[in-house]
Design a protein around this ligand. Structure first.
Ligand SMILES: NC(=O)c1ccc[n+]([C@@H]2O[C@H](COP(=O)([O-])OP(=O)(O)OC[C@H]3O[C@@H](n4cnc5c(N)ncnc54)[C@H](O)[C@@H]3O)[C@@H](O)[C@H]2O)c1
Length: 389
């Protein structure tokens, strides 16, 4: 109905972006995710570190000329002054820019949707937490997008409701093979900054994809890491940051786990898999086949639960768009995070309480992720010594 559409249009959240210009990877994914449920309107950006590219990117994406910026600080200030200024900003730059960009927008009172890992180091992460306490109206989200998948929501609910019993063991891995050679030397920009400690931070694979695995395991099980023993390696000659990490985990409460993150796992693309074992049963899930969740109830035959299918629960259903058998994937999972954030922003706008079931990763996930990276680096430097988070 036309009236419905126009009503929704006026309610859209005005969104800006830092990073994500021509030649960038994840910014375009954020823009697609923001559009999927028609909750946002993309209106401003400081889209590149290169001013000419920032201007060309803004033009190409149809932004008004006066909303295309070459400096994110100027953008935060100018947008905060406008009556029709952005209400939220997506930060999709390399890691070392996350902190100054988050700070500029939080201080301007603008909601922030930042990509992971939260910052360059744990110190910055804690400063952001303090800053957010000073600006309690600012909503902060961190796009650990894998927590947006319906079957992950289902797995989390199954753990919460006790279907798996007491959790004993967690096995999580995120393995890729795209950095099996010194791709960074070819000038490939995503490889170049990820392997540069000045832009990436102290972690290579452990920060880039290990934090996704760490966050996913914590999201599903509710477990918090107590201590870990890790072994970081840079297999590619001359690389300054790790491209492979093996971690043994001890969770608070006694559960244990194992995490493997690798970017030299030849032939693997985005092999994020999670297995959780409890006293009453276990679940298993793989990101590359995300519409299915394996469920093994103690003493019963194996079951495959399907997104949108007969075994899907309410938590999965509320973030499901199309019926079973029509695959949903990466973009839909990402969009679920954006839409959950939109619910929070709209509840805040209306002065209403946020519905209990709305959930998205935030500052606490970011702090845990940065603490995880730093503990892994420290433990590995100390020959795998058990290190508290
Ligand atoms: N959630 C996910 O699944 C996922 C996937 C990929 C990347 N990421 C994260 O997203 C971020 C970006 O990764 P990417 O692969 O898209 O990198 P990229 O190199 O493709 O893009 C980074 C963009 O940031 C811009 N930029 C750098 N400094 C800037 C500044 N000061 N002002 C404005 N723009 C600036 C660059 O010009 C570029 O457009 C990283 O933090 C990464 O860890 C997350």
């Amino acid at each position: 109905m036309v009236s419905g559409t126009s009503e929704k249009k006026t309610g859209r959240i005005r969104l800006g972006m830092v990073g994500g210009g021509q030649g960038a990877f994840i910014g375009a994914v954020h823009r697609l995710a923001a559009r999927m449920d028609d909750e946002y309107e993309f209106v401003a950006g400081a889209l590149s570190a290169n001013p000419e590219r920032a201007k060309a990117s803004g033009k190409e994406l149809g932004l008004a000329a006066d909303r295309v910026y070459t400096d994110f600080k100027a953008m935060a200030q100018a947008e905060a002054r406008r009556a029709d200024g952005i209400e939220a900003v997506s930060i999709v730059t390399p890691n070392h820019v996350h902190f100054p960009a988050c700070k500029a927008f939080i201080e301007a009172g603008i909601h922030v949707i930042c990509d992971k890992p939260l910052s360059f180091n744990l110190k910055e992460a804690k400063q952001l937490e303090t800053l957010l306490k000073k600006h309690p109206k600012v909503i902060f989200a961190l796009t650990h997008n894998y927590s947006g998948y319906p079957m992950i929501r289902q797995a989390r609910d199954m753990v919460k409701s006790g279907m798996l019993g007491e959790i004993r063991y967690v096995q999580v891995e995120y393995v890729q093979g795209w950095l099996a050679t010194d791709l960074e030397k070819s000038g490939q920009k995503q490889a170049a900054w990820r392997t540069d400690p000045k832009q990436s931070g102290a972690g290579g694979a452990v920060g880039d994809i290990g934090t996704h695995a760490e966050q996913l395991a914590g999201f599903v099980t509710g477990l918090k890491i107590d201590s870990l023993s890790s072994d970081l390696t840079s297999f590619v000659k001359g690389r300054k940051l790790d491209d492979n990490v093996s971690v043994l985990l001890r969770y608070k409460g006694g559960a244990k786990g194992m995490l493997w993150a690798s970017q030299i796992a030849v032939g693997h693309e985005n092999g994020l898999t999670l297995r959780v074992f409890g006293t009453k049963g276990g679940i298993d899930w793989a990101q590359e086949n995300p519409n299915y969740l394996g469920y093994n109830e103690l003493g019963k035959p194996r079951t495959i639960l399907t997104r949108g299918g007969a075994g899907a629960n309410a938590e999965a259903a509320r973030v499901t768009r199309v019926p079973s058998g029509h695959p949903e994937g990466y973009l839909e999972g990402f969009a679920n995070i954006y839409t959950e954030v939109a619910r929070a922003i709209k509840a805040a706008r209306a002065g209403k309480k946020l519905a209990r079931e709305v959930t998205f990763p935030g500052i606490a996930d970011g702090i845990e992720g940065m603490a995880f990276i730093e503990a892994c680096v420290k433990s590995s430097r100390n020959n795998g010594k058990w290190t508290k988070l």
